[in-house]
Design a protein around this ligand. Sequence first.
Ligand code: G3I
Length: 365
Amino acid sequence: MKQYVLIAALLPLLACSTAKTNPNIAEPTSSNSCQTPSTLKAAGECKGIMMGNVLRQQQIANVEHVALLAEEFNYLTPENATKWMHLQPERGVFDYGKADEIVNFAQKNKIKVKGHCLVWHSQLPQWVDDITDPDELKTVMETHIAQVMGHFKGRMYAWDVVNEAIKTDTDAGDGNPRMRKTVFQRLLGDEYIDMAFKMARKQDPDVKLYYNDYSIDANNDKADYLYEMLKGMVQRGVPIDGVGFQMHIGTPNNIATGAEVAKNMQRIADLGLEIIISEMDINLCGGRNEAWQQALYHDITLACAEQPACSAITFWGLNDGSSWLNSWEGAGCKTEKPMPLLFDNKYQKKQTYEEVINALTGREL
Ligand code: G3I
């Protein structure tokens, strides 16, 4: 009898024996089978990976949307609401309304939140771009970081501190890698990145701090440049916890194979940094087919599952209908059907969903 009790008690542990040690992930319960998990977050828990999605404030009223989000995911990024232009549209005028709604929704549903993003050249109000004095800009940057992180202190699990600071000749990450000429870089030099991380760490010793960028997952110039940048930051003792591979795969960004992603993750892990997949979508623009997309979702998820330093996968949109790629001219595939996500327009699971689950549970394609 005793033997049976012991075996029953050990079963959940045995089922998840491949789990990474992530203190932020709840231990799987006995009802969560790691062979046949019922949701993405259940599957992620078995590998020590948080499964994330995004939310726009307007979507909170969509009952079907948020119910599915809460059911499947345990990590959330506000898609736009915590960007500078929304939080401090005018100098000294802070508006937390939309962001608070999203964070409150997450808290009610026991979902961790990553703020996105403190310092970025885009969705930056004009009044910041117009600054010409370095000392003034430094003060403005410090004030923004202090006010915003102070407001959300204790409610954010992580922040993207600097977003998209590296530029190459193509959006796919090839040619002449360099620091992007933003107002921050022009006035403060490349050091603005170290500065931002130090300012952020001063505000909160516990929150995770990430550098976030796109087209850094394949064998390309941008990935190599990022690696050198991160190496320098680690050597200088800059308080950075990790890097977000946005993972917007396909036109106009890079197309990475699972092996390339694994290689880039490994060398960053060797620096002692964490890796998250922070904005994943794989679009069908440019005549790509669904079999290709499904296989890539599997292989890239597997790269994260097999990398102990990879701690989260966030998809940039819940269903195909709500993807940013449907409406943003700059994405380059506006007239095509990107269909880049895990659920279709009617919130039904696609084969891409199954392939993510397969990769997390070790099943073959
Ligand atoms: O909300 C307004 C709406 O009222 C108005 O009618 C409409 C007209 O264009 O615009 C709506 O705002 C748009 C907003 O998305 C909400 O859909 C903005 O114009 C549009 O610029 C904004 O685009 C966002 C984009 O960042 C801005 O750069 C996307 O939603 C968002 O998904 C995208 O996210 C970025 C990450 O932050 C960084 N990495 C790349 C990623 C994709 O571009």
